[in-house]
Design a protein around this ligand. Structure first.
Ligand code: NI
Length: 387
């Protein structure tokens, strides 16, 4: 069965919601207006329960089927935007300076609302659908907060599914893989304390810039020499701050960066190597080196059975040739990972067509995607909960 006729008919309405959300982006857990918009819609659709304030500002709507008792599945969208100044010039561009929906969470929220409206109208399933709208995907761990708030137990959710748009993938196509599909993330801040002094008398100093430069080079060996070449790891140094003058060797230098991995063992080894390299360089040069290391989102791990199920649903909606079932993992992070640690499920990418990349100031969610995404959600719910 291709795209649902009803989803195609609803495209303009859902695009209207999407553009409204796009104009009023909110960050992190502060998605008050967005959550209120979602709540009002879910109530208007006649959801059996609408619960707010889960994971601080998350919202869950419960829709019970008319075919009797059964399991409850969770469908999840994210609501937060990014601290980026939009340059699209679109009529529905952000009205909030310095904030924009540059990751398409406006589209994810609108598509799941569209599916909720359809499912509340038709209720052609047994059991229940939990539509999950989470805050703070972009770094705050809103998905984790909702899980910690007992969302899975409270609504008896047995399986969860997530979806994210993917620029560059044609509209109407889906992409997925079993196992790790997105990376575990960690952030580090390393402070190298030496001894400052006159730039013309370096022998009296312990130069933190020279030491830190060696450290940046040494960190490259985590990927090139400490990790099995067929395993994935990214270590990127993204900030390097030191010094203020031409003729002064500073007291200290600081670097920051991120580590991305697909396996717990590789994540653990990477942290150990960072600490060991810092300790070794500190000894070698007589400096002191402090490592502040924060493991962030875990690996987004697609459960094998649910991945086949989700792939088959996508093929049902889009046609088999339009579904990529074994893509390369993406080394970005995703906090749907916490929901997949709590319950079996799968995370799928949906094509956003030839748009600017995610987190780019020229990015915009493609409203042509709406009927495809809505149809996927609806078919998934009706199939998973067939009486
Ligand atoms: Ni995103």
């Amino acid at each position: 069965m291709p795209i649902l006729n009803r989803a195609a008919e609803m495209q303009e309405e859902v695009a209207g919601w999407r553009r409204h959300l796009h104009q009023t982006p909110e960050l992190n857990f502060d998605v008050f207006k967005t959550a209120a918009f979602v709540t009002d819609k879910l109530k208007a659709f006649g959801c059996d329960e609408v619960v707010t304030g889960l994971g601080k500002t998350g919202v869950v709507g419960i829709i019970r089927g008319r075919k009797g008792d059964g399991a409850t599945i969770g469908l999840r969208a994210d609501m937060d935007a990014l601290p980026i100044e939009e340059i699209t010039g679109k009529p529905w561009a952000s009205t909030v300076s310095g904030k924009m929906h540059a990751c398409g969470h406006d589209g994810h929220t609108a598509m799941l609302l569209g599916a909720a409206k359809y499912l509340a109208e038709t209720r052609n399933f047994a059991g229940a659908v939990a539509v999950i709208f989470q805050p703070a995907e972009e770094g705050g761990g809103g998905g984790n907060e909702m899980v910690k708030d007992g969302m899975m137990e409270r609504f008896g959710i047995s399986r969860v599914f997530g979806m994210h748009n993917m620029p560059g993938l044609p509209v109407g196509q889906f992409a997925i893989k079993p196992g790790p599909i997105m990376a575990a993330t960690a952030e580090f801040t390393i402070t190298v304390k030496g001894r400052g002094g006159h730039a013309a008398m370096p022998h009296g100093t312990i130069d933190p810039i020279v030491i830190t430069s060696q450290l940046v080079g040494a960190l490259q060996t985590i990927a090139s020499r400490s990790t099995d070449p067929v395993e994935a790891v990214v270590v990127s140094v993204t900030k390097f701050h030191a010094g203020d003058a031409y003729n002064v060797i500073p007291e200290s230098a600081e670097i920051c960066g991120t580590v991305r991995t697909l396996k717990k063992e590789v994540a653990k080894k990477s942290e150990e190597r960072i600490r060991a390299l810092c300790a070794g360089l500190a000894t070698a040069f007589g400096a002191s080196i402090e490592v502040d290391y924060d493991a962030n989102y875990p690996v987004t791990f697609n459960h094998p059975e649910e991945t086949i199920f989700a792939s088959d649903i996508a093929a049902d909606v889009a046609g088999d040739a339009q579904v990529h079932r074994a893509i390369q993992p993406v080394m970005g992070g995703e906090d749907f990972s916490y929901m997949l640690e709590a319950r079996p499920g799968a995370f799928i990418f949906i094509g956003n067509g030839d748009s600017a990349g995610l987190h780019h100031p020229a990015y915009d969610f493609n409203d042509e995607v709406i009927p495809h995404g809505m149809s996927y959600w609806v078919r998934l719910a009706e199939t998973a909960l067939a009486a």
